[in-house]
Design a protein around this ligand. Structure first.
Ligand code: CA
Length: 757
């Protein structure tokens, strides 16, 4: 028997069933159906939002929302907002290729989490649905974006793009962006987004690793194109926690903004007033705590005000000093450096901070010195650097008055600086302060963080990330045997220590993939021996880091192919930085075929640090480390810190170290390289060594080579690029070797000898 029902009939029947279920639920019976008003997927959401009227609340059901593309336009009213919220804040989790874009008015979005994926568009949360459909009077609050980073390190996106006017972004947590692109951008492409009055407050900007390139800013307001227009954005009471992407933590590129009451905790970089005028930076706290490259505030442009900021333990130099006033370019193009005009740097409290830079960046192009500017009533106290001021050019356009320094430090002038005995103590809020009298003298007020870590960010989300380190897991003993080490690595947890037997032999017949920090060691005494039948012993994958101690690596079982290595990074882009430590190790006979490297890095991978200490390398047909894979000269590079100490290298056919950072970009700190107490013999002479050097440093920003003996080898190739690299070579002895080859930029040198036997 056939019954033909029209579509309408079917829908009617389903509706009936749904209605009956609703009634059952309403009667209070045990019911697992979704209550009304809760949407379970994108289709249901779209249906609900299309019909939403002022005052409606749309609740997203708890659970994972995978590949959810939420894009909508809606209109609440000033009295009755439309609210889009999580059923339980923190339990609606967007994963995969999800994003949220919205436009309209009086919409509040809250309680959402984005993690385990990345946006398929160019923004994770966007305050627009098209170039002309923008959000106004909207709010995003209590949301999280946690490492929702594109796996391609140099595929650019933003996490938050703010457009329109009068929007608020508050109590959100943005943690761990690891691909290129600003974490949060206020954008001003059209009139409809300018003079916007946005408020960005009580957010937690969580740890962001060093990017090793421009494009790692945490917050940017405007771009150079629209920098002479007003944004009028307020950024207050946010907490920036170890955001180290690049040297601009905040890149202010528009007029009329206010930065007030923010905390910058151990951030490498500065709040940079890069473009635009009439911006105020006040009552912010910069806590460097002596960490490397921590910076303060940099003034460029006109009518800027920097006052009542607290700056402690900042070590950054040059553009990343505690306080910096730049030189400009006469009649600057919009994307270069406007002269500093009529700006104020006043009433700031600078403690144990190393550098204050005036007329910074002075060169042939940047020749316009500051005018009409004041440097007044700043307290500059401390002993970490007794000559904190560097003056690069004519400062007659800056008025100095009422500043205070400790007697032991050197003031740039007698006039405008008072000297006092150094007296610092910790106050009841745990901050280092001078005497009450001095604070009163400049009217600083009480010294207290304007906002605590507890008061910011999404209420439900932890703020303890950022450190992945060695030796934080369990100690696991691994008996010698074929593939015993492979099995131990596969079943290890982050931070575990794998302890091998003294003198034990550990042959690996498979690749050892390293996905998290692992330490491999053997106890003091005879080293454990590691061999591999594969082209790499270890492959450091995204998230991996490796510490090797008291081990012997032998190439005897490696395959007879060209291009083997002991350690390689992933061949694919890694958006997490890795680390490598090699201590008390011996590496020998990496000589199966040619070009057998110790460490082979690939493009778009980045090491936070590589350390070699107390180790011996002999008979290597490739290089000890190749970190020269970013060849486009865009200021991109492969490693932040290299330290090689107390080690010997002999019969290495390619380079011992090859570091390359090309281009003229000025937005990074690294690479930084230290080579000390090292001896190199009979090395660099292989016919496939393309650099022709045994140590090659191109574009290294901070280089120290000390107590190095190079015999019967190729030489050092030193190419210094822009950015005033700090280069120091001392106590280097070349014996029967090629010596030093430089591009003739000046650098510090002492006791470099060329001898022949
Ligand atoms: Ca930048």
């Amino acid at each position: 028997m056939h019954i033909t029902l029209g579509k309408d009939n079917i829908r009617f029947n389903y509706l009936n069933i749904f209605f009956i279920l609703l009634v059952i639920c309403a009667w209070g019976m045990s019911c697992t159906e979704t209550p009304p008003g809760i949407v379970k997927n994108v289709d249901e959401f779209n249906m609900a939002i299309q019909n939403a009227t002022p005052g409606d609340v749309i609740t997203l059901a708890n659970g994972e929302w995978e590949d959810a593309e939420i894009k909508f336009d809606a209109r609440g009213s000033e009295a009755e907002w439309i609210r889009v919220k999580a059923e339980t804040p923190g339990q609606v989790v967007f994963t995969g290729q999800s994003y949220l874009a919205f436009s309209g008015e009086y919409i509040e979005i809250s309680g959402l989490v984005f993690k385990d994926g990345y946006t398929p568009t160019s923004e994770v949360i966007s305050f627009k649905t098209s170039k002309t459909s923008l959000a106004n009077h909207c709010r995003v609050t209590n949301c999280v974006i946690d490492n929702y980073s594109n796996p391609e390190r140099f595929d650019s996106d933003y996490w938050v793009g703010m457009y329109g006017k009068n929007n608020q972004f508050d109590h959100n947590s943005l943690i761990g962006k690891s691909n290129v692109g600003v974490t949060m951008a206020v954008r001003l492409p059209t009139e409809a987004s300018r003079e916007n009055g946005h408020i960005i407050e009580y957010n937690y900007f969580g740890p962001r690793g060093v990017l090793g390139s421009n494009g790692g800013e945490t917050l940017r307001i405007g771009t150079s194109h629209y920098s002479r227009t007003y944004s009028n954005t307020i950024v207050r009471n946010n907490y920036f926690d170890r955001v180290n992407g690049e040297h601009e933590i905040v890149s202010n590129k528009s007029c009329g903004n206010l930065f007030e009451g923010n905390v910058f905790f151990e951030c490498q970089g500065t709040l940079t007033m890069r473009h635009g005028h009439h911006t105020t930076v006040q009552n912010n706290y910069f806590l460097g705590n002596g960490k490397p490259n921590t910076g303060g505030i940099r003034i460029i442009n006109e009518y800027q005000t920097v006052k009542n900021n607290y700056l402690y333990g900042l070590t950054g130099h040059r553009f990343r000093g505690a306080l910096v006033i730049m030189n400009g370019v006469p009649n600057s193009p919009i994307n270069r450096y406007n002269q500093v005009v009529d700006s104020k740097m006043e009433n700031n409290l600078v403690i144990n901070s190393d550098y204050i830079q005036l007329c910074a960046g002075s060169d042939e192009e940047r020749s316009a010195t500051p005018v009409g500017t004041t440097f007044k009533n700043n307290l500059i106290l401390g002993e970490t650097n007794l000559q904190p001021f560097t003056i690069y050019d004519d400062v007659s356009g800056i008025e100095f008055a009422g500043n205070v320094m400790n007697e032991s430090a050197e003031a740039p002038f007698d006039q405008g600086f008072q000297k006092v005995p150094l007296q610092l103590s910790k106050n009841e809020h745990g901050l280092i302060v001078p005497s009450e009298e001095l604070l009163d003298q400049i009217g600083f007020g009480s010294v207290k963080l304007p906002v605590s870590k507890e008061e910011v960010g999404a209420s439900f989300y932890p703020k303890d990330g950022g450190e992945r380190s060695f030796d934080t897991g369990e100690l696991i003993k691994v008996a010698a045997g074929e593939d015993a080490l492979i099995q131990a690595i596969e079943s290890s947890n982050p931070g575990d220590v794998l302890e091998l037997e003294n003198g034990g032999t550990y042959l690996m017949t498979k690749y050892a993939f390293v996905h998290h920090p692992i330490t491999i060691t053997s106890p003091a005494g005879e080293k454990a021996v590691i061999l591999s039948e594969k082209q790499s012993f270890f492959k450091i994958e995204n998230g991996g880091a490796l510490q090797l101690m008291n081990l012997l690596f032998d190439g005897a079982e490696s395959p007879d192919y060209a291009g083997n290595n002991v350690i390689s990074t992933s061949k694919y882009s890694m958006n997490q930085n890795y680390a490598l430590v090699v201590k008390d190790c011996e590496v020998k006979d990496l000589d199966k075929n040619h070009s057998f490297d110790f460490l082979k890095s690939y493009k778009h991978t980045f090491a936070d640090s590589i350390i070699i200490d107390q180790s011996q390398f002999t008979n290597v047909t490739g290089a000890v480390m190749t970190l020269d894979m970013e060849t486009e000269d865009l200021g991109v590079y492969n490693v932040e810190n290299i330290k090689i100490q107390n080690s010997t290298f002999s019969d290495v056919q390619h380079e011992v170290v090859n570091v390359y950072r090309g281009g003229t970009d000025e937005s990074t700190f690294g690479p930084m390289v230290l080579i000390e107490n090292v001896s190199i013999s009979n090395s660099g002479k292989g016919k496939r060594n393309q650099s022709g050097a045994v140590l090659r440093f191109h574009g290294v920003q901070r280089l120290t080579v000390n107590q190095v003996n190079i015999s019967d080898s190729k030489g050092i190739d030193l190419y210094m690029t822009n950015g005033e690299p700090i280069t120091s070579l001392s106590n280097i002895q070349f014996v029967n070797s090629a010596g030093l080859n430089t591009n003739n930029e000046p650098f510090e040198q002492q006791n470099i000898q060329n001898l022949s036997k």
